[in-house]
Design a protein around this ligand. Structure first.
Ligand SMILES: O=C(O)C1=C[C@@H](OP(=O)(O)O)[C@@H](O)[C@H](O)C1
Ligand SMILES: C=C(OP(=O)(O)O)C(=O)O
Length: 407
């Protein structure tokens, strides 16, 4: 399905209810499978969380998690410490996303995992067994998901787990999120410098955990507000002190003219007049999923920007650096990229009716959609948004966007 998007200049107003964070939900689903005492509220309705739920409930010998990176990494650890044999596989892209660092760490702990096709990549044949060792060391600069995967199974191992992180740790807030959720569920542990310790715990007290709504999903509404002359968008349900690193979107978009007001569990994004800077520079190593949103907002605002810390973007749903360059340049922008950075030059002319390719990447579709505030754009394969945000296009319509199916 391709969508033709456009919007008039009227102020942006609306109330949007975003479901639970995909990252928090997927952590809690793994913990709940190990500890049924956990009850989860406001679970994400994303495809990635649905696919994980289905995988955990199925007794099938082959488990296919499609495009879901966290599901792939978390289930690798979960099945490795389990008691049955499975083939864990995913989409064509998932079979190109590296997993060797996690597999090696699990093998060091005693796991029995083999590569079915290519060394270092899914699919994996996993023969679940009791993991007896309790100390492991792994490279921490490629994906934090490998580390979170180990932390999630850690309390169920007989002696808990001590993890030594090698190199500069990436996406640190996601590791802190894992620890924080473990603690909320009743486990204990520490994350200090390059050392993580999680204590063993066979049973916990029954606990109900409410997932905060997804801040990465909220970023697209920040972008819409930034690109508007006047906006008042109310989002729920959020906390002032979040477990999600992407809550930093509030601070970043303040620089781009959007103010955030908190009232109870609701946040209101406010924009009134144009006050954006000529240039911004940001290190996004802690919040890689915001990179596409920020790059496209800056493009739409005519703000020059330099984004660094983007070394993880090449191995996500697509090579996000290449994809951003290609699609922004189609619309008339100029972008330079390296393996870990992006520089966008200021432009004020936007090509109309450009067909934006989305590369099976939900964030490509959602990051480019707000540019319809400037010129009509076409989003190819718009259904990709369901990976994290199935209701995205309905919410865009609520905010006055015209989203017409191309025939
Ligand atoms: O643990 C998580 O929930 C995630 C960690 C990040 O990945 P990396 O650690 O690979 O950067 C992030 O990009 C991804 O969307 C979700
Ligand atoms: C990178 C992402 O997800 P994953 O790695 O879990 O596929 C994302 O949602 O932007």
């Amino acid at each position: 399905m391709n969508l033709q998007l456009s919007r008039n200049d009227a102020p942006v107003e609306g109330v949007i209810n975003i479901t639970g964070s995909k990252s928090e939900s997927n952590r809690l689903l793994i913990l709940q499978a190990l500890y049924p005492e956990i009850e989860i509220k406001n679970l994400s309705n994303s495809d990635d969380s649905q696919v994980l739920q289905k995988a955990l409930a199925s007794g099938d010998t082959t488990v296919d998690i499609h495009h879901a990176g966290t599901a792939m990494r978390f289930l690798t650890a979960y099945f490795a410490a389990g008691n049955r044999e499975v083939i864990l596989t995913g989409s064509e892209r998932m079979q190109q996303r590296p997993i060797e660092i996690l597999v090696n760490a699990l093998r060091d702990l005693g796991a029995d995992i083999e590569y079915v096709k290519n060394e270092g990549f899914p699919p994996l044949r996993i023969k679940g067994k009791k993991l007896l060792r309790s100390k492991v060391s792994l490279q921490a600069n490629v994906s934090s998901q490998y580390i979170s995967a180990l932390m999630l199974i850690a309390p169920s191992l007989s002696n808990g787990l001590e993890i030594n992180l090698e190199g500069k740790t990436t996406s640190v807030p996601y590791i802190k999120m894992t620890l924080s959720l473990l603690k909320n569920a009743g486990f204990s542990g520490t994350f200090d410098g390059n050392n993580i310790k999680i204590d063993a715990r066979q049973q916990i007290e029954p606990v109900t955990l409410a997932v905060e709504s997804d801040w990465s999903s909220a970023s697209y509404f920040y972008s819409i507000a930034a690109l508007s002359e006047k906006a008042e968008i109310l989002l729920s349900s959020y906390k002032r002190s979040s477990n999600q690193g992407d809550a930093v979107v509030e601070e970043i978009y303040q620089k781009l003219g959007v103010m955030t007001a908190y009232a109870g569990d609701k946040v209101t994004l406010l924009k009134n007049g144009n006050t954006e800077p000529g240039f911004i520079s940001l290190d996004l190593a802690d919040s890689p999923d915001l990179a596409q949103t920020i790059a496209t907002t800056c493009f739409g605002l005519g703000v020059e920007c330099e984004l660094t810390g983007l070394h993880t973007l090449k191995i996500k749903e697509t090579d996000r650096l290449e994809a951003l360059k290609t699609e922004i340049e189609k619309m008339g922008g100029k972008v330079d990229i390296t393996n870990d950075s992006l520089k966008l030059y200021a432009t004020k002319n936007f090509n109309r009716d450009v067909k934006i390719a989305t590369y099976n990447d939900h964030r490509m579709a959602m990051a480019f959609a707000p540019l319809a505030m400037r010129v009509p754009v076409k989003i190819e394969d718009a259904g990709v948004v369901s990976k994290s945000f199935p209701g995205f296009w309905d919410d865009m319509e609520k905010l006055g966007f015209s989203c017409k199916k191309e025939v």
